[in-house]
Structures are given as C-alpha cells and as structure tokens.
Design a protein around this ligand. Sequence first.
Ligand SMILES: [Zn+2]
Length: 520
Amino acid sequence: MDRLRNQFCSWFIALVAVALFAVPVTSQLLRTAHEESGFEEYTSYAELMTFLQEVQASSEDMLLSSFGRSMEGKLQPYAIFSRPLITQPWEAMVSGKPIVLIYANVHGGEKTLRESSLLLVRELATPGTEANGYLKDLVVLVAPSVNLDGFERSTRGNARGVDLNRDYMKLETPEMRNLVQNLLHTWHPHISVDGHNGGSYPYNITYQANSHATPDPAITDLCDFEIFPYIEKKNEAAGFRSFWYSGGSRQDSTVWTGGGFDPRISRNYAAFINNVGILFESPRQDRQTGALAGLVSFKAVLQYAIENKDRLFEVVNGARFGTIEMGQRAQGMIAVQVEYGLEEWTVNYDFASGPRDNPTLVPITGRLLKKPIVLKERRRPYAYILEPKAVNAIEMLKAQDVLIEVLQEDTEIEIEAYQLEGIEHNAEYDHPAAVTVLLADETITQRRSFKKGTFVIRTGQIMGRVAAHLLEPETNDSVVRWNAMDAVLPRLPREGGGPSIMPIFKLMQPTVLPTKVLQY
Ligand SMILES: [Zn+2]
C-alpha cells in the first residue's frame, strides 16, 4: 500500500514538474497570504515582498522598484505598470498617458486597502485581465505599504510614533520624505489615491478630495461631481455601496462631516502640488468585502482616467499653469485661516443611529460639512524674502523641492513686513511647542537693505501654493508653526519699544533681482 502510494506520488510529482516546465507560473495563479487564509490574516511584510517579486517575474508589464527605506530600514516597494513598459518619470511624461499613483497603509494599522492594492498589482500584471488592458492607455504606480514599521506594530504612527498623514508639509519622517520626494515630486501623477481604514457603515468604501481653500477648486469639483459619482456607479454594479468620508454628525443628522482641511493631510497636499488627490477610507466590514470593494474602487479611478483623459489633463494642467501665472503676476489672495461650512448641494445617505453593533439605518437628505470658508487672507506676493540666518526654514523649503534663489550682492528692496504682536506655543502632533504668531492686520511698507546671501522665493513656480502656505506666518502648516523660525523670531516685547518685525518679508511687485538659483 505504502509502496503504491509512493509510486503514485513520484508519478504525480513528475507530472506537475512537466506541467510547470511547459507552462510558466502566471501571475493569475499567485495568491496573497490574505486570500490563502480566507481573508483572515493580513499579508506580512516578507510575504508582500515575495508576492510582488513573484508577480513581477511573471509579467512583461511590471517593474518592481523601491522609493526608499522606513525608519527601521525596510524597503518601501512600488511597482510601475505600463505597456510598453516605461521605467523612468520622463518616459511617463512623454508617453502622453495619464499617470496614476495608488498607495496605502500610511497608517500602519490600516490594512484593508493594502490588500486591495496587492490584488490590483496581480490584475495589472496578468495578460488578458480587464486591468491589464488599461495599460496601453495609462501609467500606473502602486505602493502597497508606505508605513512598514507601523504595519508590524499595528500602530497609526511610524516607529517613532509620528502620524505620517500629518507630515506632508513638515516632512520630518523618512517614510513621508521618500513618498513625497521620490514618488509625488518625481513622477508628478495626475491622480494620487491614498488608502486608509475609516468612514462609516453601511458603506463599503468612502472618499474625499481636497478641502482647503488654496488649491484650484476645479480639482475638488472634478472629484465631487465627476470622479466620485463614477466610482459610485462602478461599486453599485459590483454590489457595493460608496459615499463621502467620514460620517454623520451626532448633533445634526442632516450633516455629514468631512476630515481635516490642512495641507499636512494627503488629499489636501496633493491638490496643493496640483494633483488630483483622492482619499479612500474602508469602513468597518468583513475583510473580504472590504478588500474587494477597494479593488473595484481603485480600478474605477484608473478607468475614469482613461475614459476622461482630456478632462483630467485640462483640470491638472490648469492648476499647474495657474499656479505659475498667479505668482508671476503677484495676483490674488492667500487663505491663511480656514474653517468648514456646508456645501450648497444636497446628498442622500443612510444615517446609522442606535447601538454600534446593531444600528438602524435612516435615509436622510443632507449636506456635506467640508466646504472651506476663508476666515482670513493675505495678499499674494511676487516673492518672499528670508535672511541668510533663516536656515531651518530654507531646509523645509528644500524638502518640498521649492526653487530658491540667493542674492548675489547687497540689494535695497521695497518690501511689506508683518508686525509681530504675540507668540503662543501649543503641543501639536510630535511638536510639544508648535508656534502660533499673532500679527497686526496692517502691514508696514519700507525700503530695506538685504545682504548678499539673502534668500528669495518666488511664488510663480509649480510649488508656489506650497511655498506661500509655508511662508505665510499665520497658516496652520507654516515654517513658523513647525518651529523652523524659532531661532530667528524677535523677542517680545521689543526692548526700547517700536514694532517687532516678522523676519519673513514680502516683495509685492514683479521685480528684477541679482540672484542665482540655490543648488541643492
Ligand atoms: Zn488612516
């Protein structure tokens, strides 16, 4: 009996070997550890790297690469997909195709859309599938797991406990510097999608776009009125439900609240750098449904980009050229303080009331609380001027790939200056003494002599919206707020009286200056 079984086994093994030799393993046959476990266990870091490697080894349309390392040294993987396969950002740009970046797991404990992105990787890589068919019209980048150290710990933050989805402007963590500099600033995707866990029952996927007043509003409108309804239709067809992030207000059931509006958050930041930034949040549900609804939603974004390429390019290029033009003409205002108001249009949703484990659904017609209302604004300058000693602020600008110039000789310039009236310190995220400055509403206009070596930052550049937000002292994500000006702020009250001048100066008129570009 044993002998017979052995004979059968070796015969069977030989047959399998022949089959494997004749037909190479296709990516369609590769399954994630999540699938293997019946969608119970999440795919580990080691399993994820093996899966990506094996999928790449079976595909002509995929290049596996890395955009950096986590704080503890783990490789942050990403895959490039296109046909023909491009391998460099400039190749993607000259292809004339939309570039879409999909990433997930920025919050380490939020794992559902990380799994969805692996399913997407496999489908993109597999000839004959629907998603593989997209690749003649699209360049897709997928980074399944951004916060690898936080994933292992199942924590929101990284190994140091920093919330990476509040680090887009200060860029103090290696994980975010890598994502922002090596993917967002390098590939310039038209759309970037960031996958989280959150949002509300009974929806299978929830979404939100930019909600700050500074980016081009056409980006948010494109999402709210074109992309999100498109995603909703695709989910409906697959038997899933989708809605805006995040949930019904407990005070007023006709109000559905959104997430925060500051550029330190992914979807807002993306719009500040003139991309269409989309947040996906997967609400609490069974894991298989969550992973599959995520896959449908990621694919819907890709399909939208293909079917509406001209419209997408019109909005993104409008935002990009618009940023340069308004800066070079020193036109318009910069929103420095914002709050939420209700959108004017209504939406229909199911409001969950009662206990969390057994809620009752009440159909409601309500409004979204996510419209940015500008409380305070300041005039956009042609350029900001920083003295040579403001080195920490310059480091923040460099991290954002802002173009910086340096005066080559002592120069007298007519500038506008803020009067500093107060300085407050408050704990915010990983900064125990984040700074808020109180400025007089009236500015002072004066001619001032600036030394050779002074920094000049024009707002008429593609990073102009980021530069202006960082350099306006009253915004929530300024160089002042994140302690990069601590060493150069004047002491209050000023000895001997007289106004204390904020050492970030504004040049209001287009002006020719003896500068050279700072090389870094
Ligand atoms: Zn999250």
